[in-house]
Ligand binder design. Structure first.
Ligand SMILES: Nc1ncnc2c1ncn2[C@@H]1O[C@H](COP(=O)(O)OP(=O)(O)O)[C@@H](O)[C@H]1O
Ligand SMILES: [Mg+2]
Length: 234
């Protein structure tokens, strides 16, 4: 379970002071499929990065299971991230000088898997995404859709319980978007918590719950609407 209690994030510098998240309260159960929507600058990536242990809140409490992220230093956050989180990014974030195989291997190296188990997991992930024949290719030898599949394989290979995707379909065409979303749905059916940041209604429709942000506030949460609907019907 992911739990945020009164979470704020303020970015402060010499030239700026932005309240990117404004006292957010949010609970996401294990196994949910959530879309986070909202205009550019509304705080979507900030929220995802806090859940993904990439950054710390300025105020409030955050938990993954019972682990208090707000009390964790960066070393502890790294450790929690490795245990729980995989990221898929809009621009794939593949390393250009590494082969497909080596790119997918990165999370396993970070988690100290032995060579043989790494090989088995990588082959399985590449196969699931239908890209096993590109194993020795470099990212720039692949199409955008193929690169995004490599990024997904890399996100799956460590078998993390929580998959976070920040505008994962922003740089691919409609057909690849549909395939990617079908794939994320399948991953979710297999028990993973999936949280997708998106501008696209088409993408958000795949999620079972939609959370809309505006200026750092949650202005809509379809999960809560369902709950209050149930209450009203009792
Ligand atoms: N590292 C940063 N430093 C300063 N301001 C930031 C930083 N990251 C985001 N912001 C600001 O915080 C607000 C929310 O940004 P972000 O979470 O990236 O929104 P979204 O992903 O919805 O576009 C914006 O006003 C943005 O300019
Ligand atoms: Mg963003």
């Amino acid at each position: 379970m992911i739990w945020l209690k009164n979470v704020s994030k303020r970015y402060v510098g010499d030239e700026f002071d932005v309240l990117a998240l404004n006292h957010i309260n949010l609970e996401i159960q294990a196994g949910e499929f959530v879309a986070i929507t909202g205009a550019s600058g509304s705080g979507k990536s900030t929220l995802l990065n806090l859940i993904g242990c990439m950054d710390s809140a300025s105020e409030g409490e955050l938990y993954i299971d019972s682990l208090p992220l707000h009390q964790a230093n960066t070393g502890k956050l790294d450790q929690i991230r490795k245990q729980y989180i995989s990221f898929v990014f809009q621009h794939f974030a593949l390393l250009p000088e590494f082969t497909v195989y080596e790119n997918v291997e990165i999370p396993l190296l970070a988690r100290s898997y032995q060579r043989k188990e790494r090989r088995e997991r990588i082959r399985e992930a590449l196969k699931r995404l239908g890209i096993e024949k590109y194993e020795k290719k470099f990212p720039d030898q692949l199409s955008g859709g193929q690169q995004q599949r490599v990024a997904i394989a890399r996100a799956l290979v460590a078998d993390s319980p929580i998959i976070l995707a920040d505008e994962p379909t922003g740089a691919i065409d409609t057909k690849n978007t549909e395939q990617l979303m079908e794939f994320l749905s399948e991953i979710n059916k297999n028990g993973k918590t999936v949280i997708v940041v998106t501008h696209s209604d088409f993408v958000a429709d795949y999620a079972k719950r939609v959370i809309q942000l505006n200026d750092g506030l949650i202005i809509r949460d379809s999960g809560k609407e369902e709950k209050s609907h149930e209450k009203n019907n009792q």
